[in-house]
Design a binder for this molecule. Structure first.
Ligand code: FAD
Length: 655
């Protein structure tokens, strides 16, 4: 996979412009508006499912651009990247191609919550995405701005229900028709940029906002509830002006772990990868923020910003007196620039310079581009179905930041799923959904459509009740087979690889299971391991592998004939053995819920006094709706499978 050569970018651009003249005369199955992280995954997924697809984006050069931090993955987010990859999406392979510093975050915790992450070379990432789109069959790319959505009433006797019929481009050319349209306008919908006291229209620095026509159609014509959110980005600093001797070096992992299940190595070799550096804010930073608040209109606005990726202004105002981490991250292998993660700011340019110079490693730093903030419209996502289709508008799908999320990974995951469903809708196939029990993508979409957002939503492992089963290592086993057999978005090549992995894992597990010895015999075979707490009982190889001090390599050296052929999967087998008992318990709970679907819930139940293991939100929903059966409770928006388990246990114990 990584041996391929990318075509020069110019060939992509010329192909796109050559195609443009034919575009408006055609009828498409799916049109995707916006070529960010949601839009590129959506367009590629729709085409993979078999739809004739058009991707329209304002500027061809910015397709696949990383608007803010040059990095991918992290805790919770890395799981999303692995799942997008398992469904044959683009971002995992793009990350392996463009990564220049790979690390696994959270390594001190269990592998279920490890966070695969990479620092990226911006240009390489964009080039990979563009090259993938270029070679995707059934996909056409057009440079242009979408001015309007074309919609019609589905039934005049049922006002308020619409059907999307296509788009209108800003240059006044003919309308372009399609059965499905996916909007992925990111931070561009009615976008305004903020720096110091000045404000200007824009979706990102150097880019115009999305047309007001689109916002108007969503709000006025379709009657959708729209809110306002904000985010910001730090200044970019010239690398040569930084005193790295005053920061702590953070090298990449010695053995980089690729994001993609198709890759066994990353494009950038370990010895070529670049370090990051860690430094901290000082009291001087806090003083500059406080002294310049009156010059900073972004921070005074009402719109909610990202709580988990806050600006330096929000950090020092929320936690005064603390020192805050600042990561100095390279923007590319040959780039002169550094991205100071943690220093997102919107104060005037001269104040930005005096602020960063309060940090010892940056005492003579020079700014290349100033930080700024952006405010934009988002559509309240409770108005969407789990297929990410707008409930009152057939054929209209939304994905990415427009749904109130923040981050490339969240956008990519929604984009892929919206692309799949928009294509299936256009091709008259039923829409498909992913549950919270099988994927982080399912958790993300369920959270959005059933609970909505009050601030930019980002993924965390704590949001997934079944996180021990939803691990980065097994995303292919959870999703690739389904993606091929039921969804239609996975290539034969990837499917065949997943089948090979599944068969090998099953074979290895069966061998380990059949390796059944008394604990005394195990101790003789493996004198170094301590399984003393177990009496002389019979234990299988899978059970022994659960022990902290036992590795698959140790078992394979004791039983080379039966196990050494499975060395390729040594880490996966170890992780599977450790989590299997807990996952089996959870699986049983899910099956128990399915069996108890018809359990009657007492009509006078005092839901508000249920144990605190159930959130206040869940108790309030149950109290308001008062479902008659457990099955009815499972179908309520905002009720998680974990809450249902608590409810079932509570009702049964009260009998
Ligand atoms: P985008 O990547 O924004 O892509 C939208 C695309 O749609 C663009 O290509 C645009 O040109 C195109 N487009 C828009 N309107 C039209 C139209 N009418 N016609 C044609 N094309 C159109 N994320 C974080 O996780 N943490 C952060 O701290 C953070 N800070 C950010 C700061 C700034 C200043 C910005 C701009 C973004 C920041 N992000 C941050 C957000 C991150 O960039 C997004 O989460 C991610 O890019 C969302 O992907 P998307 O596909 O939804 O939208």
């Amino acid at each position: 996979m990584l041996t391929k050569k990318l075509p020069p970018l110019n060939s992509f651009l010329s192909l796109v412009s050559r195609r443009a003249s034919h575009v408006t005369r055609q009828q498409y199955d799916v049109i995707v508006v916006g070529g960010g992280h949601a839009g590129t995954e959506a367009a590629a997924a729709a085409a993979r499912v078999g739809a004739k697809t058009l991707l329209v984006s304002q500027k061809i050069q910015t397709i696949g651009a990383l608007s803010c931090n040059p990095s991918l993955g992290g805790v919770g987010k890395g799981q999303l990247v692995r799942e997008v990859d398992a469904l044959d999406g683009l971002c995992g392979r793009a990350g392996d191609w463009a990564g220049i510093h790979f690390s696994i975050l959270n390594r001190s915790k269990g592998p279920a919550v490890w966070g695969p992450r990479a620092q990226l070379d911006r240009q390489r990432y964009r080039e990979f995405i563009q090259s993938e789109l270029l070679s995707t069959p059934r996909l056409t790319v057009l440079e242009g701005s979408v001015e309007e959505l074309l919609v019609s009433e589905t039934n005049p006797e049922q006002p308020g229900h619409h059907r999307v019929t296509g788009i209108l481009l800003a240059n006044g050319s003919h309308p372009v028709s399609a059965s499905s349209v996916i909007l992925t306008t990111g931070t561009f919908l009615s976008g305004s940029l903020f720096i110091g006291q000045s404000t200007s229209p824009g979706g990102r620095i150097g880019d115009a906002p999305s047309s007001s026509g689109l916002s108007h159609t969503l709000k006025e014509r379709l009657g959708l509830r729209v809110g306002r959110l904000r985010t910001g980005t730090p200044p970019r600093i010239l690398r040569d002006s930084v005193d790295f001797s005053l920061a702590v070096v953070q090298p990449p992992d010695g053995h980089p772990t690729p994001f993609s299940f198709l890759n066994t190595r990353t494009h950038c070799k370990p010895e070529e990868q670049l370090p990051c550096h860690l430094t901290y804010t000082t009291p001087g930073v806090e003083r500059v923020v406080k002294d310049s608040l009156h010059l900073n209109c972004h921070i005074q606005e009402d719109a909610k910003g990202p709580r988990y990726c806050p600006s330096i202004e929000s950090r020092v105002l929320r936690f005064p007196g603390r020192r805050h981490q600042v990561w100095l991250e390279p923007e590319g292998l040959t780039s002169d620039l550094l991205y100071p993660q943690g220093l997102s700011m919107t104060m005037p340019p001269d104040v930005q310079l005096s602020l960063i110079r309060q940090i010892p490693a940056l005492h003579r730093a020079k700014i290349h581009t100033h930080g700024y903030g952006v405010q934009y419209d988002f559509v309240c996502p409770t108005q969407l179905s789990p297929a990410l289709q707008v409930k009152n508008t057939q054929g209209l799908f939304l994905a990415g930041q427009i749904n109130g999320t923040t981050g490339y990974e969240e956008a990519a995951a929604q984009g892929l799923w919206a692309g799949v469903n928009a294509a299936r809708c256009a091709l008259s196939m039923p829409t498909v959904s992913l549950s919270r029990t099988e994927s982080y993508i399912g958790v993300l979409i369920d959270d959005l459509v059933s609970r909505g957002v009050t601030e930019p939503y980002r993924m965390f492992t704590s949001r997934a009740e079944f996180r021990t089963a939803l691990r980065p290592d097994n995303a292919d086993m959870r999703l690739t087979l389904k993606g091929f057999e039921e969804v239609g978005c996975v290539s034969t090549l990837r499917y065949q690889e997943a089948v090979r992995v599944r068969d090998s894992l099953q074979d290895a597990q069966a061998t380990l299971q059949a390796l059944s010895l008394s604990s005394n015999s195990w101790k003789k075979q493996l004198p170094d391991i301590q399984i003393s707490e177990v009496k002389n009982t019979v234990m299988t190889g899978m059970e022994v592998l659960q022990y902290n001090n036992v590795s698959f390599e140790m078992l394979a050296s004791a039983f080379p004939e039966s196990l050494s052929r499975h060395m390729e999967f040594s880490q996966r087998l170890k992780i599977e053995a450790v989590y299997r008992p807990h996952c089996n318990l959870q699986k049983k709970e899910i099956e128990r819920i399915q069996k108890e679907e018809n359990l009657l819930l007492p009509h006078d139940m005092d839901y508000l006094s249920l144990p605190v293991s159930m959130s206040q939100e869940v108790r309030e929903i149950l109290d308001r709706v008062r479902p008659s059966t457990l099955g009815a409770a499972t179908r309520l928006q905002g009720i998680t499978p974990a809450a249902i388990v608590h409810l079932l246990n509570y009702v049964r114990s009260a009998e």
